[in-house]
Design a protein around this ligand. Structure first.
Ligand code: PGA
Length: 225
């Protein structure tokens, strides 16, 4: 499945190259997309796929956090993709976990504007939390939400504690793009592996559309897989 999705991304990048256009990707972190990034790096190395026309916007980042920190999603993206392909660093965007608290509203609005100015997200990659979150839009997040600061669910902090020695080192806050930001992407692909995700995938795909399960709102997106 990772290879399949990586191939769709590669084809989109090439298609946009032929049109002389940028390809705007919405990217996710966490354990789920690692194999997909590995496939993209493989296509870059073995087939010469260039990322020169690619602009990326990541979903979220912990707050506060330094970009070099073990838990940082800025670091994650450097390790798993950006440092391994020929993407222009100026074209990569991951929310900045070092922004002063007083400046976050303005920063979040500017993140949304940068997405708009790039022409909107062509393809958004998502994982899903065991509680149905997409990005860090925890249950109860509004379908109208845009980029903002949020408090993380304890269940999310527990689920992400595998990255660090103990749960107390998982930040309590994050900056995330919103459900509305995600819904505006022209194409959405949500990835989930393993039996432990089956229950929440069932609720997202077959359950009621509800902000109680943020991923269920994707049923309203026209081209979501
Ligand atoms: P995971 O996280 O890929 O580490 O399971 C997914 C998510 O929380 O969105």
């Amino acid at each position: 499945a990772s290879a399949y999705v990586a191939r769709e991304i590669a084809n989109l990048i090439i298609h946009k190259q032929k049109e002389g256009k940028h390809c705007v990707l919405g990217l996710a972190t966490g354990s789920t997309p690692k194999t997909m990034y590995a496939e993209l790096v493989k296509i870059h190395k073995l087939e010469g796929l260039s990322f020169k026309n690619v602009i990326t916007f990541n979903l979220d980042e912990y707050y506060p956090i330094e970009p070099e920190a073990l838990q940082s999603y800025n670091r994650f993206m450097q390790v798993h993709l950006f440092s391994q392909v020929d993407i222009d660093p100026a074209n990569t965007h991951v929310p900045d976990g070092t922004i002063n608290k007083d400046d976050i509203r303005v920063y979040a609005a500017s993140y949304e504007k940068e997405i708009e100015d790039a022409g909107g997200i062509d393809l958004q990659i998502l994982g899903i939390g065991l509680n149905g979150h997409i990005g860090f839009n925890e249950p109860g997040s509004s379908r109208h939400s845009v980029t903002r600061m949020v408090a993380l669910d304890n269940s999310t902090r527990l689920a992400n504690a595998y990255e660090v020695p103990n749960m107390s080192q998982v930040p309590r806050l994050a900056i995330t793009t919103g459900i509305n930001t995600i819904l505006r992407a022209k194409r959405v692909v949500l990835l989930a592996w393993g039996m432990h995700k089956a229950h929440i995938i069932r609720r997202a795909v077959e359950g009621h559309v509800s902000e109680v399960v943020p991923a269920s709102i994707l049923q309203e997106h026209e081209i979501c897989t």
